[in-house]
Design a protein around this ligand. Structure first.
Ligand code: KG4
Ligand code: ZN
Length: 339
């Protein structure tokens, strides 16, 4: 049978994303971001995000359709992020998806944001093996998930008990006056620093700690205190060493726990997604540790790791391909939707 043609809409945070896929082939990936507006506030402002989604929604859908060169009547379905995410932001995408699905007479699929972050890898590396372990790390989430069926069986293994990994990058960047978002800058500076210069704490790494949960708030505080002490003593802060040592503390724990989860569950594929998956040290260390453990690592290119509509379309296509029941037009956004 021919592969499903699906349009996906993502509005869970600050990017308005519309993607179109044909099975596992990406046809269009249009993203409008309000990140520059939020940068002035040092973080995402929900009201601004909702307003920006409203303005960008229809033009972004039209841009994606033009890029893909398809007619909406040829679509096999419309998928949309139903949650988790910012309630007001999600609502804009869900309303748009419902309107288009109703007007075009197409099936509607409300999908989970975290599952889409995993599924997007299919657009780059082909069908995901099942089971696959997934480490999702972004400004909003840090989770280890075991996907046995991407459309219906994604089990949370562990998650952060406080800050998300990306949030920690953003906060440390703020303390160092490096701007927002902080991840890319810290990544760049860390390349010229010594990751062993300062011994920052590895959260939840004790023998009695939960094996797959993460904690980054203690690390964040430790780094901020260390910087404050330097400044108070009138000494110069070695920004590159702080960046490298902080980053190492984050990616050490992330990769160690992800590999351990794979081994414990007998899973030999690990995918890493979310904005922090763009981190060069995370990619390198994960590759090294996976190779040693005989695990195949899959990391989509950075543009697919951050929030986008293609990931929603990819999961929607999988729902169609597996004959999953569509959502009805009563579909509502759920800001804390579980996987
Ligand atoms: O997935 P994403 O675009 O949005 C959500 O938070 O859902 O992720 C953004 C996060 C930000 O916290 C940003 O600082 C972080 O990803 N990030 C990075 C890198 N690039 C983006 N963190 C570490 N290293 C990077 N190279
Ligand atoms: Zn996300």
């Amino acid at each position: 049978a021919d592969e499903p043609l699906v349009l996906g809409i993502e509005t869970s945070c600050d990017e308005t994303g519309v993607g179109i896929v044909h099975g596992t082939t990406l046809l269009a990936d249009a993203v409008a971001s309000s990140v520059d507006t939020h940068a002035r506030f040092g973080g995402v402002v929900p009201e601004i995000a909702s307003r920006a989604h409203l303005e960008a929604m229809v033009p972004t859908i039209e841009r994606a359709l033009r890029t893909a060169g398809i007619s909406p009547k040829d679509l096999d379905g419309i998928a949309v992020t139903a949650g988790p995410g910012l309630a007001g932001a999600l609502l804009v995408g869900v309303s748009a998806a419902k309107a288009y699905a109703y007007a075009l007479g197409k099936p509607l699929y409300g999908v989970n944001h975290l599952a889409s972050h995993i599924c997007v890898d299919q657009l780059e590396h082909g069908r995901l093996p099942e089971p696959t372990m997934a480490l999702l790390v972004s400004g909003g989430h840090s989770s280890l998930l075991l996907s046995s069926d991407i459309t219906s069986d994604v089990r949370p293994m562990g998650a952060t008990i406080d800050d998300a990994a990306g949030e920690a990058f953003d906060k440390i960047a703020r303390v160092l006056d490096l701007g927002f978002p902080g991840g890319p800058v810290i990544d760049r500076l860390a390349r010229e620093g010594d990751p062993a210069a300062i011994a920052f704490p590895r959260g939840l790494s004790g023998a009695k700690d939960p094996a797959y949960d993460f904690s980054f708030s203690g690390l964040k505080t430790a780094v901020a205190r260390w910087i404050e002490a330097k400044r108070a003593a009138g000494e110069e802060v070695p920004v590159r060493d702080v960046a490298a040592s902080f980053q190492e503390a984050v990616v050490d724990v992330l990769t160690r726990k992800a590999v351990r989860a794979c081994k414990d569950e007998g899973v030999d594929h690990l995918m890493i997604g979310g904005g922090v998956a763009a981190n060069s040290r995370l990619r390198a260390l994960a590759q090294e540790r996976c190779e040693r453990a005989g695990i195949r690592l899959r990391v989509p290119r950075p543009g697919l790791c951050t929030d986008n509509g293609a990931m929603v379309a990819a999961l929607g296509a999988e729902m169609v391909a597996r004959n999953r029941t569509p959502s009805d037009l009563e579909l509502s956004a759920d800001s804390s939707l579980p996987v």
